[in-house]
Design a protein around this ligand. Structure first.
Ligand code: HEC
Length: 166
């Protein structure tokens, strides 16, 4: 008889004990001094929701923004507004390499990361050159940027090489 009576009370006691244990843990996590590395965030902490497909990212973001670099000699900005636009385009290009690293987009990890890295490096340099309004530097980046597209497409784009265009 006795165990039946006490069992729910004991379960509640165990629950309270568990909460008591958990509370100082979360309090400690919140009061982590800034000079100590924070514990890794749980997977649920950053609710990232990709919006576009890989193909949409390529067509609507990566191709037009990279074209701004590929056509730098024929579409050289001449006003400060045009330079601001180019700065925005190259920033978007560089940051879209980071978007490609989202779990929803990333493929075979090591190779994919290496390939996005090429685009991130070229895009970051393009952004810096656009901020410096350095046309020659942008022109010089064309090959590295183009190679970054081709390298990943050879590895991951279905049917790549069987149709024209990059
Ligand atoms: C890290 C890998 C990666 C990089 C870097 C990359 N791409 Fe892609 N790209 C892909 C994949 C994968 C596809 C196929 C997407 C699909 O069909 O689902 C693709 C497809 C495309 C397409 C065809 C989209 C369509 O559906 O018609 C274009 C255009 C394109 N990429 C442009 C570029 C350009 C320009 C660059 C370089 C500035 C680039 N990509 C860099 C992975 C990459």
């Amino acid at each position: 008889m006795a165990p039946k009576v006490y069992a729910p009370a004991m379960r509640i006691a165990a629950l309270i004990a568990a909460l008591a244990l958990a509370a100082p843990l979360s309090a400690r996590a919140q009061s982590t001094p800034p000079n100590r590395p924070a514990a890794p965030a749980p997977a649920t902490a950053a609710p990232i929701r990709p919006v576009g497909t890989m193909s949409e990212l390529m067509v609507h973001v990566i191709r037009p923004t990279s074209d701004a670099v590929f056509y730098i000699t024929s579409r050289t900005p001449s006003t400060s507004e045009e330079w601001t636009t180019l700065q925005a385009q190259t920033l978007m290009l560089a940051e879209s390499a980071n978007l490609l690293l989202l779990p929803a987009h990333a493929r075979n990890r090591a190779q994919w990361i290496a390939d996005t890295r090429l685009m991130l490096d070229a895009g970051k340099k393009a952004f810096e050159a656009a901020k410096a309004k350095d046309v020659a530097a942008l022109e010089a980046l064309n090959d590295a940027l183009y190679q970054s597209c081709v390298t990943c497409h050879e590895h991951f784009r279905p049917g790549y090489g069987k149709r024209p265009g990059h």
